[in-house]
Design a protein around this ligand. Structure first.
Ligand code: TYD
Ligand code: MG
Length: 470
């Protein structure tokens, strides 16, 4: 009896279902399930058919220590990009660069291809833009003389045929994986099956020919790389290119890296002539800091291995509606709700009837729990209308009983603050005993209730300083 070989795949999460339904059980997305033809050669399993027996001798077990030479890496000389990749591009690896449409992925990868062109052969395959469009961009970036091979193609069979040659390229940019298709599959380009099959073929080629493949992947509204979350585990490195629209800053963040650290970030600025590297982001993020006003604090954060100072701003205003508004940019809304609840319950701050706005200046997105104390300080400062000391940075995690907890990489945070001319740091208690090796004066807090008093004290000593001219 012929079996029905069609199956139904959710385009949002890649889950496979035996029959169609309006809503995906796995991720809850509506109208995302479409019918796809079954994969041509589904593995049959080993059980049936009296197939040959596996021989144990074919699987060799070896020790963990070996004498492999260090991985050869191609350095692009775009330091921000190299650092995020873990020190350059590894030959034979596949990278996925995800991001919202229009954020600058094509621009970044064209710049990477051009930067590498004088030491390696780079090609750029566009499935989205015409040759003229890419050329126009290259001219705008001042890169039109770089020796990058440019092509427009979407059929993977043709692409593989032209790449799988003896004197093929060392670096291939595929812009984007959602436009590529394998002609032996029935489904449309951009579906999970196509994206998965296309990526698989390209990755196989990368390993066989030692080519570095850079795949561009668009991200859906929910923040997933469309369809292919399946892609994330296939590639060696996943980079996200993010930023607030309307801000010129762009952050390249590594979320997975088989050849380097994750959570490393690179900072770029989108200008008229392409993406510029920002080598001292702290100075930039703090450059527009307002003077002595309440509700703004400087958080000493760490992104990956890199310390970074950012300004956190809060505004607290009486609400004119029944349900007060909470709006947050650059931080987690759930975490803000938690801090508000802790401030209200443990410190008696009546924030329940207040609208609360929180903003991380510069368009950076912070995920560290170490920012809790900075957020709380900004809120207390805004609510009590006491300015936070101008020359101080703050960091620390907050627990549900209002206790302030220690965080990692304290020395890196303090060093960065000292480098940028700050005089004081407000940090969790346990840190005081350790040797800091920095010139900052340390003020410690054990519990959130100390925060108000601390702000009062700082304000008083600041006004006294003003009264006594030196
Ligand atoms: P693009 O690289 O096409 O984004 P993606 O590939 O992620 O969709 O970037 C498009 C945006 O970048 C577009 O809105 C214009 C802007 N841009 C500049 O501001 N300056 C430039 O030099 C370039 C090339 C683009
Ligand atoms: Mg693009």
């Amino acid at each position: 009896m012929a079996r029905n070989t069609a199956h139904y795949v959710c385009q949002a999460c890649g889950a496979s279902h035996p029959k169609w339904s309006g809503r995906c059980d796995a991720c809850g997305a509506w109208n995302a399930i479409i019918e796809e033809a079954a994969r041509e050669s589904a593995p049959g399993g080993l059980g049936k058919g009296g197939a040959r027996k596996g021989r144990a001798a074919r699987v060799d077990f070896v020790g963990l220590k070996g004498s492999e030479p260090p991985l050869p890496r191609l350095e692009t000389k775009l330091e921000e990009f190299d650092r995020v990749c873990g020190g350059g591009l590894v030959a034979g690896s596949a990278l996925l660069v995800g991001g919202d449409p229009g954020i600058g992925k094509s621009t970044l990868l064209l710049q990477v291809a051009a930067a590498i062109a004088d030491q390696a052969r780079a090609v750029y395959i566009s499935g989205e833009e015409a040759i003229d469009q890419v050329r126009l961009r290259a001219a705008r970036l001042g890169l039109d003389t770089a020796k990058v091979g440019l092509a427009t193609a979407t059929n993977l069979r043709d692409i593989l045929a032209s790449l799988d040659v003896a004197d093929g390229p060392d670096l291939v940019v595929i812009d984007s994986i959602q436009t590529m298709y394998v002609d032996s599959l029935d489904s449309a380009p951009g579906t999970v099956a196509q994206v998965r099959a296309s990526a698989q073929e390209l990755i196989r080629l990368a390993k066989r020919r030692q080519i570095t493949v850079l795949l561009v992947g668009h991200v859906t509204k929910e923040g997933m790389i469309a369809g292919p979350r399946v892609l994330e585990h296939m590639v060696d490195t996943v980079l996200y290119f993010e930023g607030e629209r309307g801000h010129q800053f762009r952050i390249l963040r590594s979320v997975k890296n088989r050849f380097g650290p994750t959570n490393e970030i690179g900072v770029f600025e989108m200008t008229d002539s392409g993406l510029m590297q920002v080598s001292n982001p702290s100075a930039l993020f703090l450059s527009e800091r307002p003077g002595n006003v309440s509700g703004t604090v400087v958080f000493a954060g760490v992104e990956g291995t890199r310390p970074m100072l950012v300004e956190i701003q809060a505004l607290v205003a009486p609400s004119s509606f029944g349900t007060p508004r909470r709006a947050v940019v650059g931080w987690d809304g759930g975490r803000l709700a938690m801090i508000l609840a802790v401030l209200e319950t443990r410190c008696g701050l009546a924030l329940g009837g207040q609208d609360v706005y929180l903003n991380v200046a510069g368009g950076l997105r912070i995920t560290e729990p170490a920012a809790d104390l900075a957020v709380a300080a900004a809120l207390v400062s805004a609510f009590r209308d006491i300015p936070f000391p101008q020359d101080a940075v703050i960091f620390g995690e907050i627990g549900l009983s209002g206790e302030v907890r220690t965080v990692s990489q304290r020395d890196a945070r303090l060093k960065e603050a000292a480098k940028l001319g700050f005089a004081e740091a407000i940090a969790p208690q346990a840190h005081k005993s350790k040797k800091g090796g920095s010139t900052l004066s340390l003020e410690t807090v054990r519990h959130l209730t100390e925060l108000s008093a601390l702000l009062h004290r700082k304000q008083k000593s600041a006004t006294q300083m003003e009264k006594q001219p030196s």
